[in-house]
Design a protein around this ligand. Structure first.
Ligand code: DGL
Length: 299
């Protein structure tokens, strides 16, 4: 029987794991954070693809039938290549000997598509902002995916290269975090003041949501006192991905009994990190609001 693997460069994927376990508590999970090599978002395509494939193969080799790339950067840069080039080989679909001995069917799913699908129903102005890592922004994945499903949206992207390092270093409640939250939000709203929907297009960013929502509420107040015109700036909603990805996975498993039937139902979750296990356990327990114990791995 198999588990569901959840992978991220670091702590961000925990925001997805938490929502998935709320939606589908019956399954067994294996979380892998490549904290030693985070952040991914400032690396090139080749590096992100190589790191992601290593993690996916590791999770497959440790009894995962499905791997969720709980990382937008990996979803944007590596998912398609892994699905098209590596999975057929791993599943033995090319007539080659399958890498897993043909015992189990494997698949890898990302987080961008389920997020994009929610956007058209949320925005009223049709002006949407994407906050993401430099790699996700340069891939244009959000812009291209939104173009496919909705016409006429005005999409503006903002790279936030310092948000992930702040979180990975446990500085997300510091004055430095407040400063950099304000900096990138100010920049994106200067590019398009009509944005009413901000996608947190990096799974780390919900860990900054309190600071983000606080800045937006404050910004709104200032705007309204400085420009008391009938055309005040729109109320801005932030979209976090956890629930969207969880619902999409539940739907996927309904439609794909060949994966669902392989999954064991013990309700367990184990945690792996490429960094120091104690350090990971401490931070992850803080982010998940419950104590966990992680193990260290090397690829
Ligand atoms: N959580 C990853 C994402 O969703 C962060 C990437 C990074 O390590 O920079 O993009």
């Amino acid at each position: 029987m198999a588990k569901i693997g959840v992978f991220d460069s670091g702590y961000g994927g925990l925001t997805i794991l938490e929502a998935i376990r709320r939606e589908l508590p019956q399954y067994d999970y294996l979380y892998l954070g490549d904290n030693a090599r985070a952040p991914y978002g400032t690396h090139s395509f080749d590096v992100i693809y190589r790191y992601t494939l290593e993690a996916v193969k590791y999770l497959f080799a440790h009894d995962c039938a499905l791997v969720i790339l709980a990382c937008n950067t990996a979803s944007a840069k590596a998912l398609r290549t892994i699905q098209q080039r590596d999975l057929p080989l791993i599943n033995g679909e090319n007539g080659d000997a399958s890498l897993n001995g043909g015992m189990m069917k494997r698949n890898v799913l990302g987080v961008i598509r389920p997020t994009v699908e929610a956007v058209p129903a949320i925005t009223k102005t049709g002006h949407v902002g994407i906050l993401a890592t430099p790699a996700t922004v340069s891939s244009e994945s959000y812009v291209l995916e939104l173009e496919k499903i909705a016409e006429g949206l005005q999409v503006t992207q903002q790279a936030c290269p310092l948000w992930v390092p702040l979180i990975e270093n446990n500085e997300h409640n510091s004055p430095g975090a407040k400063y950099f939250v304000g900096k990138y939000l100010r920049e994106i709203l200067a590019k398009d003041p009509l944005i009413d929907t901000l996608v947190l297009g990096c799974t780390h960013y919900p860990l900054l949501k309190k600071e983000i929502d606080h800045w937006l509420a404050y910004h709104q107040e200032i705007e309204e006192s400085e420009f008391p015109t009938p055309i005040s700036s729109p109320q801005i909603q932030t979209i976090a991905q956890g629930e969207l990805v969880a619902k999409s996975l539940a739907d996927y498993l309904k439609r794909h009994p060949e994966y669902r039937e392989q999954l064991s139902e013990g309700g367990s979750c184990s945690y792996l990190t490429t960094e120091n296990a104690d350090r990971f356990s401490q931070s992850a327990s803080h982010f998940l609001h419950s104590p966990i114990m992680a193990n260290h791995i090397d690829f």
